[in-house]
Design a binder for this molecule. Structure first.
Ligand code: XIL
Length: 368
């Protein structure tokens, strides 16, 4: 079985040697980030390490990282993992066919290494943010199904190989499901059939056998048709010995809707398959400008998301999709909404930060 047979892998490939020596067992959940990497007591990263060796991550806007000192320092101080918000996506790494450019992503990985942070790779196979040459060629038929298959193979192998040993986990297939739990009919589904998912996982595993390989989607936090679809998909891949290690739960919440019912229980059924689980893209949006009561409800949702993850031993990481309202995808994608992050536009912590902090601290103190 893919997940279990490889369960004894040391997953600290992306961590410096000093940390790697502390890793006596397999999963990131079992690997011990050092106190040094915590960079101060009471930070989110120190608390997450104490709460069962979890990673606390943030999606990173690399332009902000390069130009805003405050942004970089909060990121390094508070978080122990990074995800590239955009710069590892196909559109960025191969905007011109055949001219792969990992420069921006490499700078993020270098920042992570300097600050003793893990790197989650996002993402390899998706229907969105494809380079124009690829999207157009698929659309107008100038790229045949056979060509698309070999283009996908080369992309997965090249990108995973490039970051081999530096990215500890990959979102190999992103957002493969429809709302009813069936497979989304993407360019990849059309070209390769449903086996595109198993193939992408196999190709990624061959390129970096130590990387943890995930499927990632939104709207699967609560039990329901979409989550059931992911569960059935994961189970069928494992039955075929496909190298699948984990499931990513994006967790883009909106305070207009109830908190996903039974999320911890839902995470646990995936863990029971022998998989890791992770909260990969958490944010909680509110209608702008937002009231104090709405920020309190938002804080509550963040706290509950962290608690759901912490209550599951195999929930190895908790990542927010941006950490400051100053750089957030929400206003651009959900008109009229925003203020979805832990810090405000001036990089001051919001009640949501406090809720995450307190949920991590409570878990840590109950363990000691
Ligand atoms: C978003 C980024 O945050 C935006 O900057 C970009 O314009 C579009 O993509 N699910 C995912 C992420 O898996 O890759 C998306 O990121 C947000 C939804």
């Amino acid at each position: 079985m893919g997940g279990k047979s490889r369960g004894l892998r040391v997953a600290l490939a992306a961590a410096p040697a000093a940390l790697a020596t502390l890793a006596t067992t397999a999963s990131p959940a079992a690997a011990a980030p050092s106190v040094r990497a915590g960079q101060g007591t009471g930070t989110l990263r120190a608390l997450a390490a104490a709460a069962g060796h979890r990673w606390i991550g943030a999606a990173v806007d690399t332009t902000a990282l390069a130009h805003e000192r405050g942004y970089a320092s909060v990121l390094a101080r508070q978080f122990s993992s990074v995800t590239a918000e955009n710069v590892m996506k196909w559109e960025t790494v191969e905007s011109r066919r055949g001219a792969e450019d990992y420069g921006q992503a490499d700078r993020l990985v270098a920042f992570a290494r300097r600050n003793h942070m893990m790197v989650r790779g996002h993402n390899l196979v998706w229907h969105s943010q494809l380079p124009a040459w690829l999207a157009q060629g698929a659309d107008d038929g100038t790229l045949t199904h056979a060509q698309l298959s070999s283009i996908l193979h080369r992309h997965v192998v090249d990108e995973v190989s490039h970051f081999r040993g530096r990215v500890y986990a990959w979102d190999v297939v992103n957002e493969p499901l429809n709302e009813d739990g069936t497979l989304r009919e993407t360019v990849w589904y059309d070209a390769l059939g449903r086996s595109y998912i198993a193939k992408a996982l196999e190709w990624a595993h061959a390129a970096d056998p130590r990387a943890k390989l995930y499927l990632n989607d939104y709207g699967i936090e609560a039990a329901g048709p979409k989550s059931d679809g992911m569960y059935a998909l994961a189970k069928s891949l494992l039955a075929l010995h496909v190298p699948l290690d984990g499931i990513g739960f994006e967790s883009h919440l909106d305070i207009r809707y109830p908190f996903p019912a039974g999320m911890a229980r839902n995470l646990r059924r995936f863990a029971a398959l022998g998989l890791d689980v992770a909260v990969t893209e958490a944010d909680v949006r509110i209608a702008l400008p937002g009231t104090a009561a709405e920020r309190a409800r938002q804080a509550d949702d963040y706290g509950r998301l962290v608690e759901a993850c912490l209550s599951v031993r195999r929930c190895v990481s908790f990542t927010v999709w941006g950490f400051t309202d100053r750089h957030s995808w929400i206003p651009g994608f959900f008109p009229g909404e925003g203020a979805a992050d832990l810090y405000d536009r001036s990089l001051q912590p919001k009640p949501a930060y406090r809720a995450v902090h307190d949920a991590l601290a409570a878990a840590g103190s109950s363990r000691s």
